[in-house]
Design a protein around this ligand. Structure first.
Ligand code: MG
Length: 371
C-alpha cells in the first residue's frame, strides 16, 4: 500500500490524484490531505478517504474525528511514502521544500517550486536523498525516455507545446482575445491559471526552467517545439542523433499514476491508435508574438530571485486578465515591468524568494490598477 500525502487536494490535479486512488484502492491510500482555501472540498475528501492528518491554510474544514488537523507542512509528511505536490503557484514551494528536507519521494506537479526555488529544492534533494519524480507531462515524458530516471547522457531536451488556443492569431488579434477565449485549450483540460499560461507560452518558458533543474542541465540544451496534437509529450536527443520520445493521448492520469508507481506501471489509459490519429505536426515556437516565453528564459538566465519576480508578477497579471482588467498582451507587459524594475537578489533563500514574490505582486498591481 502506497501512502500519499496530497497537497492541493481540491485543485484540478488533486482531483485526478483522487481518481487514481479510487481506481486502485488496494494499491493507494491517502495519509494526508491539504488544501489552500476550499474547506468544504477538503472535508468531503477527508470523509471519503480518512487520512491520518489534514491541513487547510484558510478556512475551517469539518473533519471526521479520526482525522487530525495539523498546522505545518512537516506534520503532513511525517508518515507517508509519497509527497504529492499538486498545489498551484508559489504557494507550493514551501511544501516541496518541507518534503525534500524530510527526504521523501516527491511527485512534483507544482512547477513553480523549481521555477522559483530550483536551487533550494535541489540542494535539499541532494542533502537528504529525497527522490523527485516529475508529474508535468513533458517532464514525465523525458523521465520515461531516460528509463524512469532523472540522469542520462543526453545532448538535448526538446519540450513539445500545443501552442494554446491563440497560436495562429496576429498581434492585432491577440489584443482583443478574452479570458473565455483563453480558457478554451485545444488539447488539455487544466486549471484556469495554467490554461492562460499555456496561451501566453509562459507555461512553456516555466517548463524549460523546470527541465533545467530536474535534469541538471544548461538552458542552452533545452528547446521547445510546437506540436498542436499533444501526442508526442517531449523528446530526449542523444549524441549520435537519436531522439527518444514518449507518446500518448493527452491525459494527465498517466503521469500522475506513474509518479506514484515508477518504475513499475499499471493499467491506466487507452493505448495510442496511430492510424486513427493520422498526421502529427511540428513547427517552430512563435516567440515574437508570445514574449512571455522569452521573459521566462531571461529570468532563468539571470537566476537569483528573478524567477520569483517573474512568477509573482505573472500570477497577478493572469488574475487581472481573468477578471477583465487587462488585455492579453498586457500580461507580458506587466511581467516585463516587474523584471525591469525590481532589483534582483543573488542569493535565493526562501526568505529572499518570498520577499521577491511579495514585491513583484505589489509592483504588478500598481502597474495594472495604478495604485
Ligand atoms: Mg506541461
Amino acid at each position: 500500500m502506497i501512502r500519499i500525502a496530497l497537497i492541493g487536494c481540491t485543485g484540478n490535479i488533486g482531483a485526478q490524484v483522487a481518481e487514481t486512488v479510487r481506481a486502485y484502492p488496494e494499491e493507494f491510500t491517502f495519509s494526508a490531505l491539504a488544501c489552500g482555501k476550499n474547506a468544504s472540498g477538503l472535508s468531503a475528501l477527508a470523509r471519503e478517504f480518512r487520512p491520518a492528518v489534514a491541513l487547510c491554510e484558510e478556512g475551517t474544514p469539518e473533519l471526521p474525528a479520526s482525522v487530525k488537523q495539523v498546522g505545518s507542512p512537516e506534520e503532513l509528511f511525517a508518515d507517508c511514502d509519497v509527497a504529492f505536490i499538486a498545489a498551484g503557484g508559489f504557494a507550493g514551494l514551501r511544501y516541496t521544500l518541507a518534503a525534500a528536507e524530510a527526504g521523501r519521494k516527491i511527485a512534483l506537479a507544482n512547477k513553480e517550486s523549481l521555477v522559483c526555488g530550483g536551487e533550494l529544492v535541489m540542494r535539499a534533494v541532494r542533502e537528504t536523498g529525497a527522490e523527485l519524480i516529475p508529474v508535468d507531462s513533458e517532464h514525465s515524458a523525458i523521465y520515461q525516455a531516460l528509463g524512469c530516471r532523472r540522469e542520462g547522457t543526453f545532448s538535448r531536451l526538446v519540450l513539445t507545446a500545443s501552442g494554446g488556443p491563440f497560436l495562429r492569431l496576429s498581434e492585432g488579434e491577440l489584443k482583443k482575445v478574452t479570458a473565455k477565449d483563453a480558457l478554451r485549450h485545444p488539447t488539455w483540460s487544466m486549471g484556469a491559471k495554467i490554461t492562460v499560461d499555456s496561451a501566453t507560452l509562459l507555461n512553456k518558458g516555466y517548463e524549460v526552467l523546470e527541465a533545467k533543474w530536474l535534469y541538471e542541465t544548461e538552458l542552452s540544451k533545452i528547446g521547445a517545439v510546437v506540436h498542436p496534437e499533444s501526442i508526442v509529450h517531449s523528446l530526449v536527443y542523444f549524441q549520435d542523433g537519436a531522439a527518444l520520445a514518449q507518446l500518448g493521448y493527452p491525459d494527465m492520469r498517466l503521469p500522475i499514476q506513474l509518479a506514484l508507481t515508477a518504475p513499475a506501471r499499471m493499467a491506466c489509459c487507452k493505448p495510442l491508435d496511430l492510424a486513427e490519429i493520422g498526421a502529427l505536426h511540428f513547427e517552430r515556437l512563435p516567440e515574437e508574438r508570445f514574449p512571455c516565453f522569452r521573459l521566462a528564459l531571461q529570468a532563468g538566465e539571470a537566476g537569483g530571485t528573478c524567477p520569483a519576480i517573474l512568477n509573482g508578477a505573472g500570477e497577478e497579471a493572469v488574475r487581472a486578465f481573468l477578471n477583465g482588467s487587462i488585455s492579453f498582451p498586457q500580461i507580458a507587459e506587466t511581467i516585463g515591468d516587474a523584471l525591469a524594475g525590481i532589483p534582483r537578489e543573488e542569493t535565493a533563500t526562501y526568505a529572499a524568494l518570498k520577499e521577491a514574490d511579495v514585491r513583484a505582486r505589489e509592483r504588478a498591481r500598481h502597474f495594472i490598477y495604478g495604485k
